[in-house]
Design a protein around this ligand. Structure first.
Ligand SMILES: Nc1ncnc2c1ncn2[C@@H]1O[C@H](COP(=O)(O)OP(=O)(O)O)[C@@H](O)[C@H]1O
Ligand SMILES: [Mg+2]
Length: 270
């Protein structure tokens, strides 16, 4: 079901930038990225490795990696240019209004703190609640993302979590403040196929019970077909095709999109 009130929540407007090469000149990696994610929609960004998906996702959190030079354009969240905000304002938005889940969950968790503590910290950073309330909330979130024995799991460290369980914990952390926008950057890449399917089912269930706007980055067109309303296809740091999911999958107009679809059909056959 498509849930969208039509208002733009995230907008990339000609967003461009790159990294300095050996000669000091900026080598562009994002070349005028433009798309709009409407509030309530399930948006996908697809494209091969190196096409600029993760950099775009980071920019949507107001994060520019070290060495990245922004050369033009803007990323707006609810109308505000994220790059015009100072770090303190961005910290308020991250985790509470926009959350991101990365590919390698165990690397994203801090190895020296328990998983429970890390989920509680996100919650306490943004809400004035007691440690007890934060603990209850964190436990409830772990339960919601289907981590068995949440009470016991809260006390464990990231290395005691499997890849799939760590991904669920990261999802709990991302969702605990009920963000308006959830960005998932290849959330199932590197996991076993059955665990991938479980995580995708979980994301679909969460979507069904909330109105959260979701932006899924993936190279799995099967998942896109199952979940998304609109799709941006990225190639070489630019959006080469932007359309409804149905149109992209059944009547792609860009040769690169056609190639992606042909490749994914080959993968399915093999
Ligand atoms: N820190 C960095 N320094 C230099 N180049 C980078 C850095 N991060 C990303 N890039 C380059 O930017 C391009 C886009 O990267 P990325 O957004 O991670 O692609 P994707 O997520 O689509 O695989 C790639 O060519 C990558 O090599
Ligand atoms: Mg990436």
């Amino acid at each position: 079901m498509t849930r969208t009130d039509g208002a733009p929540l995230l907008q990339a407007e000609n967003f461009s930038g790159g990294f300095a090469g050996a000669d000091g000149r900026i080598v562009p990696v994002l070349n005028g990225v433009s798309f709009t994610v409407e509030a309530g929609s399930f948006f996908a960004i697809v494209g091969e490795s190196g096409s600029g998906k993760s950099l775009t996702a980071l920019a949507a959190m107001g994060v520019l990696p070290p060495g990245f030079h922004h050369t033009g354009g803007a990323i707006r969240f609810d109308g505000t240019d994220l790059l015009s905000l100072d770090e303190a304002s961005l910290r308020k938005i991250r985790g509470s209004q926009i959350s991101i889940v990365f590919q390698d969950a165990r690397a994203a968790l801090n190895p020296v703190f328990t998983v429970g503590r890390q989920i509680m910290d996100v919650c306490r950073m943004h809400q004035k609640i007691s440690p007890k309330e934060a603990r209850e909330k964190a436990e409830h979130m772990l339960e919601m993302v289907r981590v068995p024995e949440p009470k016991r799991r809260m006390k464990q460290y990231p290395h005691e979590f499997s890849g799939g369980m760590a991904q669920r914990a990261l999802l709990a952390m991302a969702l605990i403040c009920q963000p308006r926008l959830l960005i998932l950057d290849e959330p199932t890449t590197g996991l076993d196929v059955t665990i991938q399917a479980d995580i995708i089912d979980l994301i679909i269930d969460i979507r069904a019970t909330s109105k959260m706007t979701t932006c899924l980055i993936t190279h799995d067109l099967g998942i896109v077909a199952e979940t998304c309303d609109r799709v941006a296809v990225m190639q070489n740091g630019t959006v080469c095709e932007l359309d409804s999911c149905e149109h992209i999958l059944t009547a792609p107009s860009h040769p690169y999109t056609r190639q992606l679809i042909a490749n994914s059909q080959l993968e399915e056959l093999s």
